[in-house]
Design a binder for this molecule. Sequence first.
Ligand code: CAO
Length: 424
Amino acid sequence: MKALEGVKILDFTHVQSGPTCTQLLAWFGADVIKVERPGAGDATRKQLVDVPNADSLYFTMLNHNKRSITIDTKNPKGKEVLERLIKTCDVLVENFAPGALDRMGFSWERIQELNPRMIMASVKGFGPGKYEDCKVYENVAQCAGGSASTTGFLDGLPMVTGAQIGDTGTGLHLAIGIVTALYHREKSGRGQKVLAPMQDGVLNLCRVKLRDQQRLASGPLKEYSQYGEGIAFGEATPRAGNDSGGGQPGRILKCKGWETDPNAYTYFITQAAAWDKICDLIGEPDWKTAPGYDKPVHRLDKLNKIFNRIEQWTMTKTKFEVMDICNPLDIPVGPILSMKEIMDDEGLRKTGTIVQVDHPERGPYFSVGCPIKLSDSPVEVTRSPLLGEHTSEILTQVLGYSDDEVAQLKEAGATEVVKKAAAE
Ligand code: CAO
């Protein structure tokens, strides 16, 4: 039995933030019923298309283990189907633009009337306040949540990061909110509203930068390289380049092959506990006891010099050799892995974090499986549904419509009944 078996999710999500949340719940065993607009579906199905006439990787990689039903929710008959789904499901997850669900006729009050046990979970760009009506995408959230102003190099532009902290990050926040509300419902018997604004989610992930903002009042941030370079701090947390965000200084250093390989680098952390071993390793044993080097606090104004010296050593090794040598010495390092290397990583394949999935339209492709492992609720990643693939099945088996009624719904333009995928 899967952890969330028996939980029915009405998945009204699209693009990335919402779908990542419901995909996770599906992996934990929930029955996720994705509601899509007839003829169109989630816009990502046809975005960044790589295989003509097939659902894009953008869509397939965010919608595994779900069922798809098409309903025109602006059609009166379609609204009736949605009402039945609301009465049947435990959770409604949505990430429409603010107000869209109300305009459809499904306010929180109406949803509660239909099903007082319903948990309604939403991603929005911003929480209540002056920006609450804005439409928001990933990079907007990264900028508004404090990530962009603190990412990049001091002399460069604010920078967005490739990690989708606004979308997938908020999807994770929402998923935590949903399972918490489900747990609460066990005791209260009632549903509740769960809101995860993207700005708030990004800020939560940038918590350490707000820490640094307040530390500025007590003087310069000594672990930032700009301190050692004698560059004054301004009034806000600056961009920190590749400096470590914690109390243990770290940098990205060149490794053998860096001249031609854009990823021949390692992240190297001069953790205080490993200092003596680092000194021996790089051929500077005197630094273990030399005044100005012996204590972490004394080294802060010399970090550039220290990392330059360590880099002379890392440049004689590949990033994997650095890892192999440093790991047994408990020196924390990490190779800069390319997506190609990650896709081929045997360990990640073995644990199911990189999975190969077959798809009737596009053939086999790689995806990221469930990154959270539950010992008693293993995950089997199945392909994303074709648009409306499960419409008949859901209408008849979940909602109890007869075949004639299904035909009438189709006739009324409330839905589109799509044939099952060709033999797989
Ligand atoms: N049948 C009929 N109509 C449907 C439907 C269905 N099954 N599903 C959706 N619609 C309608 C909605 O009712 C809405 O109509 P109205 O505007 O007339 O009320 C319309 O489709 C479009 O919804 P939208 O405004 O959410 O979509 P968009 O493409 O214009 O905006 C986005 C996309 C992501 C900017 C917006 O949804 C948003 O801000 N969401 C919240 C934040 C978020 O999740 N952002 C992350 C996205 S991933 O980067």
